[in-house]
Structure formats: structure tokens, C-alpha cells
Design a protein around this ligand. Structure first.
Ligand code: SAH
Length: 341
């Protein structure tokens, strides 16, 4: 089938075969981005949802080979915010108009379930939705967080290729990652996943399987990010695909075609590779942006990859800047919570 026919099918049926997804990933036709933009407009409208991101700890017990927060990296200064500092940041976020706060961190065992619950309860005193992104936890922990008031949870599968997954994640298991996603769904969270694009030994075929995995599991949110090598990791010398920004954009756009009503962020990693990356993503299927509301003091220390954007900006500046950009393309900032349905 030609690209044109595949796109026509995707726009009307929101279903594609593995071979068809591969054709789209290999095609250089920008019609893919236009089609994803149309589907986004039809199912999600012109509103962009902003989620205020708090990076509350960069301490991590894991050793993901691509990530600057990995425990073996001794070259970063570690930090861990106290519960009242986290709640104060969330309160400020609510005052700025955020309707969702995202709490993200390394896999820091200091934050036991009862402490996280205390933070959840504090944040939820505001009128907002709360998303957690704390990595792998037990079913019991996820249940306690949900009961304390957490609404959503993000945990990327990173790659669905089992061999690549085990190569990149020492002492972790693909099965446990799947277990987390299954538990979260069964507990009634809006569940988000996603993948990295441009990893060593990753192929276009693997990315096609990632996309079909998102579709099969009908996730509520999908975040796609280009892999950006970090100098203090084992992958420091690896060079991803020449146009990894474009490849990430393709994966994101096809995800929009197959899951027309989900929430898809224009990711910060995309903006790191392209100065207009988030706006291009918003015009290629995305409908969410996650501005950072962490204090300027801590931002440079949450270095999952190098050259992260807005390191010296205040959270007020970030909100103002992204709002202007969103309005410049004829879209509006939503005043709602932005649940999937
Ligand atoms: N500990 C949490 C949050 C991880 S950080 C968890 O396990 O879910 C959030 C995301 O950053 C990760 O899921 C990963 O996809 C992305 N990330 C990590 N290192 C990266 C890199 N070098 N380049 C691009 N994205 C990266």
C-alpha cells in the first residue's frame, strides 16, 4: 500500500498492521504529520492541557544505561525535596492556573508509601488532578497512592523489545514493568506509557511494535522522547539516528492516528533537539505540554539528559512563555483537568 492509502485508512479506522506502521516510519512524507494534526483536532479540539512538572528527587536506585540519574553516576549532586517543599511548589502551581501537577522522580526508596501518601493528600487540597511518575512500585503502594487521591500514573515501557530492554536495564525485568502497567490500570489510574526513540540497536521494526503495544493496551497517555546521550552514562559515545527528532515525531504522530482520543505530550526532550520542537509536536498530533515548575535551584540537577531547556527560568516565566507560543498557533490553554474522557 502507498503512504497515502495507509494514512487514509489510519484516519478513518485508527487501526494499522505492523507492515503499514513500518511503511509510515520509513516514509519521508510530511502528510503523516498533517493527518495526525487533523485527528488531534477532531478528537481533542484546539485546547492544550498544561501539566506542571515537579522533579522532586534525583536520587535513584536504578542503573538505566541511558539515564543521567542512574545510581552509578557519581558526578551529579543529589537532592531530595521535603514533603512541605513539594506541597508548596504544587500550591504555587495551582495559583498559576495549573489543573494538573505531575510528581516525577528517580526511584528513591527514601519516599516510603506513607510519605508519598502524605504528599498526595497535601497536594490534593488544591483543586487539581495529580499524576505520579515514580517508577516501579508494588501493587500495595500503587493502591495506597490511588486511595490517597492520585489520579494518573506515568511509566514508560521505554522499549517493547525484550532483549534491548534487558540490555539497557541492569537488574530490572521487562515482566515487572508490564506488571506495573497492569496494576495501575486495574486500580483505575489513567495510565500513561511511552518509549525512547533512537536507542542503540533499536530498529524501525521495534518502534512499530512499540506503537502497536500502545494501541493494544489502550493507554490513556503516551509520551515519546528522542534518546539524548548523557556524558556520564555508558551510552555517552553513542550517536542516535541523524534525524532523531523527526523519527520521534513520526512515532508520536502514528500513535495519535491509532489512539485518537488519548493525551499526548509535546515532550521537553523534543524541544532539546529542536528549538521549536514542542510547537512542531503540537502541530503533529500532541495536545499536552508539561512545563517545569521545579525551583531554579534544583532544575540543573535533574539531568536525565544534557542540555535540558529552561534551566534558568522561573516557573512563572515558563508558563507565560509556553502560553504565548500556544496562542501564536491559534490554540488555547485549557482551564479543565484534561482527563482522557
Ligand atoms: N523513575 C521514573 C521517571 C524516569 S525519568 C520512571 O522510572 O518512570 C522520565 C523519562 O525520562 C524516562 O521514562 C525516560 O524515557 C526518559 N529519559 C531518561 N534518560 C533519557 C535520555 N538520556 N534521553 C531522553 N530521555 C531520557
Amino acid at each position: 500500500m502507498t503512504t497515502e492509502k495507509i494514512l487514509k485508512k489510519a484516519v478513518s479506522e485508527h487501526n494499522l498492521t505492523f507492515d503499514e506502521v513500518v511503511v509510515l516510519l520509513k516514509s519521508e512524507d510530511d502528510a503523516l504529520f498533517k493527518a495526525a494534526d487533523k485527528v488531534r483536532e477532531k478528537f481533542k479540539g484546539q485546547e492544550v492541557h498544561l501539566r506542571g512538572l515537579i522533579e522532586f528527587t534525583n536520587i535513584c536506585k536504578s542503573s538505566c544505561k541511558y539515564c543521567g540519574l542512574r545510581s552509578e553516576n557519581k558526578k551529579i549532586e543529589r537532592y531530595r525535596l521535603k514533603s512541605d517543599e513539594i506541597i508548596a511548589l504544587a500550591n504555587h502551581g495551582a495559583q498559576m492556573g495549573y489543573k494538573t501537577i505531575v510528581l516525577q522522580g528517580g526511584e528513591d526508596v527514601f519516599y516510603k508509601a506513607d510519605l508519598i501518601c502524605e504528599i498526595i493528600i497535601g497536594i490534593k487540597k488544591n483543586d487539581l488532578a495529580l499524576t505520579l511518575s515514580l517508577g516501579e512500585r508494588s501493587y500495595e503502594d500503587y493502591k495506597l497512592f490511588r486511595e490517597a487521591g492520585a489520579d494518573r500514573y506515568l511509566i514508560r515501557i521505554e522499549t517493547t523489545d525484550k532483549a534491548l530492554y534487558s540490555e539497557l536495564h541492569p537488574n530490572m525485568s521487562f515482566e515487572n514493568r508490564l506488571r506495573c502497567l497492569k496494576d495501575l490500570k486495574s486500580l483505575g489510574y489513567e495510565t500513561g506509557s511511552g518509549c525512547l526513540v533512537g536507542l542503540p540497536n533499536q530498529t524501525v521494526e521495534m518502534l512499530a511494535k512499540d506503537i502497536l503495544f500502545f494501541k493494544e493496551n489502550n493507554f490513556d497517555m503516551i509520551g515519546i522522547g528522542p534518546f539524548i546521550p548523557h556524558p556520564n552514562t555508558p551510552l555517552k559515545d553513542y550517536t542516535p539516528w541523524t534525524d532523531n527528532f523527526k523519527m520521534s515525531l513520526k512515532v508520536m504522530a502514528i500513535t495519535r492516528l491509532l489512539l485518537p482520543d488519548i493525551n499526548i505530550p509535546a515532550t521537553t526532550a523534543m524541544e532539546t533537539l529542536n528549538p521549536n520542537g514542542r510547537i512542531i509536536a503540537l502541530q503533529s498530533g500532541a495536545n499536552v505540554v508539561m512545563p517545569n515548575i521545579t525551583s531554579t535551584e534544583y532544575r540543573p540537577k535533574y539531568e536525565i539528559y544534557p542540555n535540558k531547556i529552561c534551566l534558568n527560568d522561573t516557573s512563572d516565566k515558563c508558563r507565560e512563555c509556553i502560553t504565548k507560543k500556544i496562542e501564536s498557533i491559534g490554540r488555547t490553554v485549557s482551564k479543565g483537568y484534561g482527563f482522557r474522557k
